[in-house]
Design a protein. Structure first.
Length: 75
């Protein structure tokens, strides 16, 4: 049985108004994760995802990849 873990990431920079939340949602669904992405009052996007460690690692890799090969908004 696969253990469920949680990843919480705060994204900053050009992340609001560029489709970041929708992009994160699509990538998380592709990886079989559940959770949310929301704008915060200080201009960041908070991502909270739950699922298997390997899938969470995959999402994190996409979020921090520089330059973005996955067409991440704002990158």
């Amino acid at each position: 049985m696969c253990e469920v873990e949680r990843l919480v990431v705060h994204l900053s920079g050009r992340v609001q108004g560029v489709g970041m939340r929708w992009w994160v949602r699509a990538r998380a669904l592709e990886l079989g994760l559940v959770g949310y992405a929301r704008n915060t009052d200080d201009g960041r996007v908070e991502v909270c995802a739950e699922g298997p460690r390997a899938a969470l690692d995959g999402l994190l890799a996409l979020l921090i990849e520089v330059p973005s090969a996955s067409r991440r908004p704002g990158a």
